[in-house]
Design a protein around this ligand. Structure first.
Ligand SMILES: [Zn+2]
Length: 423
């Protein structure tokens, strides 16, 4: 399949392309889009790339408040509402869902991003893609499905099915691509084991996982890759910003961002200054193709490190080292240190005996206390797990064994970290 030449542009040319695209977009949207006209005026054009840093950020909170003030969709729409053909909303895991509309042109842009994503994974026209996803208002794999279809793949919607029925459909239809969350790919492995379904010898050769950090690295990835006997590709996207990142087939652990379609920046989460490549901070994205509902300098709340070193695949698009590290809001502050939930998850995942787990984080006065509930038949695990966490992360946790099947299972975004009395 054809690759676009733009994926291999030297950085200076890529910057110019981004700047040109941004200016074209600003000319189109500012006279029509009340939200951004209020922020930038209706004449804004950037004469150099560095001027981007002077523009104010856009936040999710701001968009939610805007939708509340101008129901139902806010003042962010560039075109009259009758020009839009798709409605989606965020999963609402952190409160009120954010509503997003796409025009027909925007949706085509979304599919083009997915085509680039599939190309980066080495897709072929004879591939068969199975989507273990409930096709509801959450955007999830909707565009992934249509993007694959537009490349000529045979696509199977796996909404409204039990896990066993999904596994049977994957085998019967000889699916070669499985698209779902890492958590759900894991769940399917468990169900396959319980029902003596052999997925390792299925035709599945690629897992495209999205929706949670951790698909790119760590024991979860290894378990998935071994269990499915397939290559795992971490994908990055958000309802409000689009699908904009994929791990490349030639370079596991690094997630390319589609820089012809977006402008990524990394900022210091507190001072908000732009950080150079190589430093960890919050990912800020400007999408360049969704003119009907544009987002400029959108603070994603995700923490990442970017590198601009050219990848072995020769694409010049910058890459997230190890994918998204975690959500800024999910950092756990304990004994004077910030700890990623994934640091705890990676240790728990080392224990194959643990079927499911949940981490409870409780703030009592100035102290943070952590309890890990594990579904496991082996009682000795309690001591072992708390000892390893103490050794590796230098704080104590309580480990509690709970009965099998008592913890929640997840098909979309997993919520295994429960914060109580949060300050
Ligand atoms: Zn690459």
């Amino acid at each position: 399949m054809q690759q676009s030449k733009q994926e291999y542009l030297p950085r200076a040319e890529l910057r110019k392309l981004q700047l040109d695209k941004l200016n074209v977009m600003l000319r189109e949207i500012l006279p029509r889009n009340a939200f951004y006209r209020e922020k930038f005026g209706d004449q804004l054009q950037l004469s150099s790339f560095s001027e981007l840093q002077n523009l104010p950020f856009t936040t999710k909170q701001e968009l939610l408040e805007n939708q509340k003030a101008y129901p139902p969709y806010g003042s962010i729409l560039t075109y009259p509402v009758c020009d839009y053909v798709r409605f989606h909303q965020t999963s609402g895991s952190s409160g009120v869902p954010l509503k997003i509309l796409d025009s027909a042109k925007d949706w085509q842009w979304f599919l083009e991003c997915w085509r680039m994503i599939y190309h980066a994974t080495g897709v072929r026209e004879d591939d068969v893609a199975f989507f273990a996803f409930s096709f509801g208002p959450f955007i999830g794999f909707w565009a992934g499905f249509e993007g694959a279809q537009s490349l000529g793949l045979r696509c199977i919607a796996g909404g409204g099915m039990s896990s066993v029925a999904r596994l049977r459909a994957i085998l019967d239809n000889e699916a070669t691509y499985l698209c779902c969350t890492p958590t759900y790919a894991m769940r399917l492995l468990q169900v396959a084991r319980e029902n003596n379904i052999d997925v390792a010898s299925s035709k599945v050769r690629a897992l495209v996982v999205a929706g949670e950090p951790g698909g790119a690295v760590g024991p979860l990835r290894e378990t998935l890759s071994r269990g499915w006997n397939a290559r795992v590709f971490d994908h990055t996207g958000m309802t409000e910003i689009g699908s904009l990142g994929i791990e490349c087939v030639e370079n596991p652990g690094y997630t390319h961002l589609l820089e012809t379609e977006c402008i990524p920046e990394i900022i210091h989460p507190e001072t908000l200054e732009v950080l150079p490549f190589g430093e960890e901070g919050e990912l800020v994205l400007t999408n360049l193709g969704r003119w009907g509902c544009p987002l400029i300098r959108y603070r994603t709340g995700d923490l990442a490190v970017l590198t601009d070193e050219t990848c072995v695949c020769k694409r010049t698009f910058c890459r997230m080292v190890g994918g998204i590290k975690g959500r800024k809001d999910d950092m756990i502050f304990i004994r004077g240190n910030n700890v990623y939930p994934s640091a705890i998850e990676n240790i728990v995942r080392e224990f194959a005996e643990i079927e499911e787990f949940q981490v409870e984080i409780v703030n009592v006065k100035e102290m943070t206390e952590i309890t890990i509930k594990v579904e496991c038949e082996v009682a000795e695990i309690m001591e072992k797990l708390s000892e390893i966490i103490q050794n590796k992360l230098h704080f104590r946790v309580q480990v509690e064994v709970v009965s099998r099947g008592s913890l929640p299972r997840f098909e979309m975004k997993a919520k295994r970290f429960v914060f109580k009395n949060r300050k």
